[in-house]
Design a binder for this molecule. Structure first.
Ligand SMILES: Nc1ncnc2c1ncn2[C@@H]1O[C@H](COP(=O)(O)OP(=O)(O)OP(=O)(O)O)[C@@H](O)[C@H]1O
Length: 262
Protein backbone atom coordinates (compact mmCIF):
# COMPACT_ATOMS: atom_id res chain seq x y z
CA UNK A 1 0.00 0.00 0.00
CA UNK A 2 1.55 3.32 -0.99
CA UNK A 3 2.07 6.11 1.50
CA UNK A 4 0.38 9.38 0.50
CA UNK A 5 1.38 11.52 3.48
CA UNK A 6 4.35 10.74 5.69
CA UNK A 7 4.86 13.47 8.29
CA UNK A 8 7.54 12.90 10.90
CA UNK A 9 7.79 15.24 13.91
CA UNK A 10 6.54 18.18 11.84
CA UNK A 11 6.81 21.45 13.75
CA UNK A 12 5.69 24.84 12.42
CA UNK A 13 6.70 27.96 14.34
CA UNK A 14 5.74 31.55 13.65
CA UNK A 15 7.60 33.97 15.92
CA UNK A 16 7.20 32.76 19.49
CA UNK A 17 4.18 30.60 18.60
CA UNK A 18 4.42 26.87 17.92
CA UNK A 19 1.47 26.20 15.61
CA UNK A 20 2.23 22.52 14.94
CA UNK A 21 4.18 20.61 17.56
CA UNK A 22 5.97 17.39 16.53
CA UNK A 23 3.11 16.10 14.36
CA UNK A 24 3.65 12.56 13.08
CA UNK A 25 0.97 11.39 10.64
CA UNK A 26 0.88 8.66 8.02
CA UNK A 27 -1.87 8.45 5.39
CA UNK A 28 -2.08 5.52 2.97
CA UNK A 29 -3.72 5.00 -0.38
CA UNK A 30 -7.47 4.38 -0.20
CA UNK A 31 -7.92 6.02 3.21
CA UNK A 32 -10.41 8.81 4.00
CA UNK A 33 -9.37 10.98 6.97
CA UNK A 34 -11.19 13.52 9.04
CA UNK A 35 -9.14 16.13 10.86
CA UNK A 36 -10.87 17.43 14.00
CA UNK A 37 -9.88 20.09 16.50
CA UNK A 38 -11.03 23.26 18.21
CA UNK A 39 -10.56 26.73 16.70
CA UNK A 40 -6.87 27.53 16.43
CA UNK A 41 -5.73 23.91 16.95
CA UNK A 42 -3.62 24.03 13.75
CA UNK A 43 -5.83 22.16 11.27
CA UNK A 44 -5.50 24.62 8.37
CA UNK A 45 -1.75 24.84 8.95
CA UNK A 46 -1.48 21.04 8.82
CA UNK A 47 -3.46 21.03 5.54
CA UNK A 48 -1.07 23.62 4.10
CA UNK A 49 1.88 21.34 4.85
CA UNK A 50 -0.03 18.40 3.31
CA UNK A 51 -0.71 20.51 0.20
CA UNK A 52 2.98 21.36 -0.20
CA UNK A 53 2.16 25.01 0.41
CA UNK A 54 4.05 25.36 3.69
CA UNK A 55 7.36 23.91 4.80
CA UNK A 56 7.84 22.67 8.35
CA UNK A 57 10.21 24.65 10.58
CA UNK A 58 11.59 21.25 11.63
CA UNK A 59 10.78 17.60 11.00
CA UNK A 60 10.16 16.05 7.61
CA UNK A 61 7.08 16.02 5.39
CA UNK A 62 6.58 13.46 2.62
CA UNK A 63 3.72 14.24 0.23
CA UNK A 64 2.85 11.76 -2.55
CA UNK A 65 6.28 10.18 -2.28
CA UNK A 66 8.15 13.50 -2.51
CA UNK A 67 9.96 15.18 0.36
CA UNK A 68 9.15 18.86 0.94
CA UNK A 69 12.39 20.79 0.61
CA UNK A 70 13.76 18.33 -1.95
CA UNK A 71 11.06 18.61 -4.61
CA UNK A 72 9.87 21.30 -7.00
CA UNK A 73 6.60 22.27 -5.24
CA UNK A 74 5.22 23.63 -8.52
CA UNK A 75 5.25 20.07 -9.84
CA UNK A 76 3.84 18.65 -6.62
CA UNK A 77 0.97 21.10 -6.02
CA UNK A 78 -1.17 20.20 -9.07
CA UNK A 79 -1.26 16.61 -7.74
CA UNK A 80 -3.08 17.84 -4.63
CA UNK A 81 -6.64 19.23 -4.89
CA UNK A 82 -7.65 21.80 -2.28
CA UNK A 83 -11.03 23.36 -1.51
CA UNK A 84 -10.93 26.08 1.13
CA UNK A 85 -12.51 29.44 1.92
CA UNK A 86 -9.22 31.18 1.05
CA UNK A 87 -9.15 29.64 -2.44
CA UNK A 88 -12.86 30.42 -2.98
CA UNK A 89 -12.11 34.09 -2.28
CA UNK A 90 -9.71 34.05 -5.24
CA UNK A 91 -12.54 33.12 -7.65
CA UNK A 92 -14.16 36.05 -9.45
CA UNK A 93 -17.93 36.26 -8.75
CA UNK A 94 -18.38 37.13 -12.45
CA UNK A 95 -16.95 33.82 -13.64
CA UNK A 96 -19.41 31.18 -14.84
CA UNK A 97 -19.74 28.03 -12.78
CA UNK A 98 -18.54 26.00 -15.79
CA UNK A 99 -15.37 28.10 -16.08
CA UNK A 100 -14.68 27.89 -12.33
CA UNK A 101 -14.33 24.13 -12.76
CA UNK A 102 -12.85 24.13 -16.29
CA UNK A 103 -9.96 26.50 -15.49
CA UNK A 104 -8.74 24.12 -12.77
CA UNK A 105 -7.64 21.74 -15.55
CA UNK A 106 -4.61 24.05 -15.89
CA UNK A 107 -4.44 25.25 -12.27
CA UNK A 108 -5.77 28.74 -12.99
CA UNK A 109 -8.57 31.01 -11.82
CA UNK A 110 -10.14 33.24 -14.43
CA UNK A 111 -10.37 32.31 -18.06
CA UNK A 112 -7.63 33.80 -20.19
CA UNK A 113 -7.53 32.74 -23.81
CA UNK A 114 -6.40 29.19 -23.11
CA UNK A 115 -8.22 26.59 -25.17
CA UNK A 116 -9.91 23.63 -23.66
CA UNK A 117 -10.51 20.27 -25.27
CA UNK A 118 -13.96 18.79 -25.61
CA UNK A 119 -12.91 16.17 -23.05
CA UNK A 120 -12.22 18.95 -20.50
CA UNK A 121 -15.72 20.37 -21.05
CA UNK A 122 -17.26 16.95 -20.60
CA UNK A 123 -15.30 16.27 -17.42
CA UNK A 124 -16.23 19.67 -15.92
CA UNK A 125 -19.91 19.07 -16.67
CA UNK A 126 -19.77 15.51 -15.28
CA UNK A 127 -18.21 16.74 -12.02
CA UNK A 128 -20.81 19.48 -11.68
CA UNK A 129 -23.51 16.84 -12.24
CA UNK A 130 -22.02 14.54 -9.57
CA UNK A 131 -22.24 17.38 -7.06
CA UNK A 132 -25.79 18.32 -8.09
CA UNK A 133 -24.95 21.70 -9.63
CA UNK A 134 -24.80 20.68 -13.29
CA UNK A 135 -27.90 22.71 -14.14
CA UNK A 136 -26.15 25.85 -12.85
CA UNK A 137 -23.17 25.64 -15.23
CA UNK A 138 -24.05 28.89 -17.05
CA UNK A 139 -24.72 30.90 -13.89
CA UNK A 140 -22.19 33.37 -12.45
CA UNK A 141 -20.32 31.99 -9.42
CA UNK A 142 -21.29 35.07 -7.40
CA UNK A 143 -25.01 34.32 -7.77
CA UNK A 144 -24.81 30.86 -6.18
CA UNK A 145 -25.94 30.01 -2.67
CA UNK A 146 -23.24 29.11 -0.15
CA UNK A 147 -24.02 25.39 -0.50
CA UNK A 148 -23.92 25.53 -4.31
CA UNK A 149 -20.60 27.37 -4.11
CA UNK A 150 -19.09 24.73 -1.81
CA UNK A 151 -20.13 21.93 -4.16
CA UNK A 152 -18.73 23.83 -7.17
CA UNK A 153 -15.42 24.26 -5.34
CA UNK A 154 -15.13 20.53 -4.69
CA UNK A 155 -15.89 19.83 -8.37
CA UNK A 156 -13.14 22.34 -9.21
CA UNK A 157 -10.67 20.67 -6.81
CA UNK A 158 -11.34 17.31 -8.52
CA UNK A 159 -11.02 18.64 -12.08
CA UNK A 160 -7.25 18.11 -12.36
CA UNK A 161 -7.69 14.50 -11.17
CA UNK A 162 -5.64 14.93 -7.97
CA UNK A 163 -4.13 12.02 -6.05
CA UNK A 164 -4.96 13.71 -2.75
CA UNK A 165 -8.00 15.94 -2.04
CA UNK A 166 -7.93 18.31 0.96
CA UNK A 167 -11.25 19.84 2.04
CA UNK A 168 -11.02 22.61 4.64
CA UNK A 169 -14.36 22.96 6.43
CA UNK A 170 -16.54 22.40 3.34
CA UNK A 171 -19.75 22.49 5.42
CA UNK A 172 -18.99 25.78 7.20
CA UNK A 173 -21.84 28.25 6.77
CA UNK A 174 -24.30 25.73 5.30
CA UNK A 175 -27.83 25.32 6.61
CA UNK A 176 -29.00 21.87 7.75
CA UNK A 177 -30.31 20.86 4.30
CA UNK A 178 -27.18 22.11 2.59
CA UNK A 179 -24.97 20.28 5.06
CA UNK A 180 -26.84 17.02 4.56
CA UNK A 181 -26.64 17.35 0.74
CA UNK A 182 -22.90 17.93 1.00
CA UNK A 183 -22.45 14.99 3.39
CA UNK A 184 -24.39 12.86 0.86
CA UNK A 185 -22.11 13.93 -2.01
CA UNK A 186 -18.99 13.30 0.10
CA UNK A 187 -20.35 9.89 1.12
CA UNK A 188 -20.52 8.91 -2.55
CA UNK A 189 -17.02 10.27 -3.12
CA UNK A 190 -15.70 8.34 -0.11
CA UNK A 191 -17.20 5.06 -1.34
CA UNK A 192 -15.93 5.43 -4.92
CA UNK A 193 -12.65 3.50 -5.28
CA UNK A 194 -11.59 5.87 -8.10
CA UNK A 195 -11.60 8.83 -5.69
CA UNK A 196 -8.34 10.31 -4.48
CA UNK A 197 -7.27 9.98 -0.86
CA UNK A 198 -9.50 12.37 1.10
CA UNK A 199 -8.74 14.59 4.09
CA UNK A 200 -11.66 16.58 5.50
CA UNK A 201 -11.25 19.28 8.14
CA UNK A 202 -14.20 19.96 10.40
CA UNK A 203 -15.16 21.06 13.91
CA UNK A 204 -18.24 18.85 14.00
CA UNK A 205 -18.47 15.04 14.11
CA UNK A 206 -21.98 15.38 12.59
CA UNK A 207 -20.27 16.38 9.32
CA UNK A 208 -18.28 13.14 8.99
CA UNK A 209 -19.60 11.35 5.89
CA UNK A 210 -20.13 7.58 6.09
CA UNK A 211 -17.25 5.89 4.28
CA UNK A 212 -14.59 7.93 6.05
CA UNK A 213 -12.12 5.57 7.67
CA UNK A 214 -9.68 7.44 9.92
CA UNK A 215 -9.46 10.47 12.20
CA UNK A 216 -6.72 12.71 13.52
CA UNK A 217 -7.55 14.82 16.57
CA UNK A 218 -5.47 17.94 17.00
CA UNK A 219 -5.19 19.99 20.18
CA UNK A 220 -2.92 23.02 20.54
CA UNK A 221 -0.85 21.87 17.56
CA UNK A 222 -0.28 18.37 18.98
CA UNK A 223 -1.77 15.07 17.85
CA UNK A 224 -4.23 14.03 20.55
CA UNK A 225 -5.14 10.77 18.80
CA UNK A 226 -4.92 9.30 15.29
CA UNK A 227 -6.15 6.07 13.75
CA UNK A 228 -9.30 4.24 12.63
CA UNK A 229 -12.46 6.30 13.29
CA UNK A 230 -14.06 3.79 15.64
CA UNK A 231 -10.96 3.71 17.87
CA UNK A 232 -10.30 7.44 17.89
CA UNK A 233 -13.76 9.01 18.20
CA UNK A 234 -14.38 8.17 21.83
CA UNK A 235 -16.07 10.45 24.36
CA UNK A 236 -12.79 10.59 26.26
CA UNK A 237 -10.53 11.67 23.40
CA UNK A 238 -13.07 14.13 21.94
CA UNK A 239 -13.60 15.66 25.40
CA UNK A 240 -9.85 16.27 25.73
CA UNK A 241 -9.60 17.58 22.15
CA UNK A 242 -12.38 20.14 22.61
CA UNK A 243 -11.74 20.86 26.30
CA UNK A 244 -15.27 20.01 27.41
CA UNK A 245 -16.96 16.84 28.71
CA UNK A 246 -18.76 15.27 25.74
CA UNK A 247 -20.94 12.27 25.00
CA UNK A 248 -20.52 10.66 21.59
CA UNK A 249 -22.96 8.56 19.60
CA UNK A 250 -22.46 6.52 16.43
CA UNK A 251 -25.65 5.41 14.68
CA UNK A 252 -26.38 4.30 11.10
CA UNK A 253 -22.91 5.41 10.00
CA UNK A 254 -23.27 8.95 11.38
CA UNK A 255 -21.65 10.51 14.44
CA UNK A 256 -23.03 13.02 16.91
CA UNK A 257 -21.66 14.66 20.04
CA UNK A 258 -23.07 16.83 22.81
CA UNK A 259 -22.17 18.00 26.29
CA UNK A 260 -22.40 15.30 28.97
CA UNK A 261 -25.55 15.53 31.05
CA UNK A 262 -24.49 15.68 34.70
N1 LIG B 1 1.50 33.41 10.35
C1 LIG B 1 1.10 33.20 11.62
N2 LIG B 1 1.70 33.85 12.63
C2 LIG B 1 1.32 33.66 13.92
N3 LIG B 1 0.32 32.82 14.28
C3 LIG B 1 -0.30 32.17 13.31
C4 LIG B 1 0.03 32.30 11.92
N4 LIG B 1 -0.78 31.50 11.20
C5 LIG B 1 -1.60 30.90 12.09
N5 LIG B 1 -1.32 31.29 13.34
C6 LIG B 1 -1.99 30.84 14.58
O1 LIG B 1 -1.81 29.44 14.68
C7 LIG B 1 -2.96 28.84 15.27
C8 LIG B 1 -3.48 27.74 14.36
O2 LIG B 1 -4.05 28.31 13.19
P1 LIG B 1 -4.86 27.41 12.13
O3 LIG B 1 -5.52 28.34 11.19
O4 LIG B 1 -3.97 26.37 11.58
O5 LIG B 1 -5.93 26.72 13.11
P2 LIG B 1 -7.29 25.97 12.76
O6 LIG B 1 -7.29 24.73 13.62
O7 LIG B 1 -7.43 25.77 11.30
O8 LIG B 1 -8.33 27.01 13.31
P3 LIG B 1 -9.89 27.28 12.90
O9 LIG B 1 -10.63 26.05 13.30
O10 LIG B 1 -10.25 28.46 13.78
O11 LIG B 1 -9.93 27.58 11.44
C9 LIG B 1 -3.95 29.97 15.51
O12 LIG B 1 -3.84 30.38 16.86
C10 LIG B 1 -3.47 31.08 14.57
O13 LIG B 1 -3.79 32.35 15.09
Amino acid sequence: MSVVLDLQSVTVRRGPKTILDEVTWRVEDGQRWVLLGANGAGKTTLLQVAAGRMHPSSGSAGVLGERLGAVDVFELRPRVGVASAALADAISPAETVRDVVLTAAYGMTGRWRERYEEVDHERAQALLDVFGVGALADRRFGTLSEGERKRTQIARALMADPELLLLDEPAAGLDLGGREELVGALTELAHDHRSPVLVLVTHHVEEIPPGFTHALLLRDGKVQAAGPLGEVLTAESLSVTFGTALEVEHRDGRWSARAQVR
